[in-house]
Design a protein around this ligand. Structure first.
Ligand code: PEP
Length: 338
């Protein structure tokens, strides 16, 4: 962190900054220029951050030179991480296909979707038992009944389960059924929930908040990591822009940007970003090409009857086409299908 003093700042104001930093155990290096003085700070930035040095007399600017997140950063952990979910790796060298219904509706529908997913080479099953919907009148999910269906389908197919938790009070319950806890876009800034999933110690799939910057997304991950859980997979699922042709705008550049900043694996959700079945395949190709560690896709045996997001769900033929791409493209880029 660098403190830039205003032109002609008084010596006592410069000294006050130095004293404040040193009293917190940091070091302050004063460099006097012709018109300005700058002070370089060394030490734990989180200690100085709380001081609001910018409000001190004579200070004109405070410039951060390191990231505000630590545990999830590559500064802290230079090599890329792999997260294991029920024995399935997500991380460098592999490409993981997660597929399943947007919402768990019935045992038959969930099993059929899981069988489609498995036949296409998916190694993890997704499915929401708790659905955070924009409308309170829309289907909200089956709750614990949905979790039991997911557990039964896991027993039948062998696919570990990724499912969303929307309330901190339900974290233990959901974790008792799930192999990986999903935090959805609408809860990506629900800090109590992030801390609760951090404390439970299960792998977490953290969607990007629909209006979150990459830094805010990584700070959300830091909330989970700070509770002792570094088994976090980030998932870009499209952000809000002025564009209305797609449900959200897939920020494909988020993958290489995050890869440069964080050691955590990054996946893409082409279903919730495009919101249209016909976009899932091209966006998946883009995800593979840009270096994502996997994709998360919605599938449904009868999307026309789906209680949630039918227009983006893949049917069997689409899924077979996607499976061929997932088999062929990642190996060209040094990744084996997980
Ligand atoms: C989902 O994956 O089921 C979901 C609701 O996604 P998002 O939070 O990205 O909208």
């Amino acid at each position: 962190m660098v403190v830039v003093m205003a032109p002609g700042a008084a010596d006592e104001h410069i000294q006050a900054v130095v004293d404040r930093v040193e009293s917190a155990g940091g070091q302050a290096f004063v460099s006097r220029g012709v018109s300005r003085t700058i002070i370089g700070l060394v030490g734990d930035v989180t200690l100085f951050g709380g001081f609001d040095l910018g409000a001190m007399p004579g200070v004109s600017d405070v410039v951060r030179v390191s990231t505000p997140y630590k545990l999830v950063s590559r500064e802290h952990h230079p090599s890329m991480s792999t997260v294991e979910v029920g024995g399935v790796p997500i991380g460098p060298g592999t490409f993981t296909l997660v597929a399943g219904p947007c919402a768990v509706e019935t045992p038959e529908q969930t099993l059929a979707a899981a069988q489609m997913a498995k036949a296409a080479g998916a190694t993890l099953l997704r499915g929401g038992a708790y659905k955070p919907r924009t409308s309170p009148y829309a289907f909200q999910g089956l709750g614990e009944r949905g979790l039991k269906i997911l557990a039964d389908v896991r027993a039948e197919t062998g696919l570990p389960v990724v499912t969303e938790v929307v309330d901190a009070h339900d974290v233990e319950l959901v974790a008792s059924y799930a192999d990986m806890l999903q935090i959805g876009t609408r809860n990506a800034a629900n800090f109590g929930l992030l801390q609760a999933v951090g404390a439970i110690g299960k792998p977490v799939l953290l969607k990007r908040g629909m209006s979150a910057t990459i830094e805010e997304w990584l700070m959300a991950a830091e909330y989970i990591a700070q509770r002792g859980n570094l088994d976090i997979v980030l998932c870009e699922r499209g952000i809000r822009t002025f564009e209305t042709a797609t449900r959200n705008t897939l920020d494909i550049s988020a993958v290489p940007v995050v890869n440069a900043l964080s050691h955590l694996p990054v996946m893409i959700d082409p279903s919730h970003s495009g919101g249209r079945r016909d976009l899932v395949l091209p966006l998946s190709r883009a995800a593979i090409a840009v270096g994502a560690d996997g994709i998360l896709v919605d599938v449904h045996p009868h999307p026309e009857t789906a209680l949630c997001d039918g227009p983006q769900a893949l049917v069997d033929a689409d899924l077979r086409a996607l499976a061929a791409v997932v088999r062929q493209l990642p190996p060209l880029l040094g990744r084996a299908p997980a």
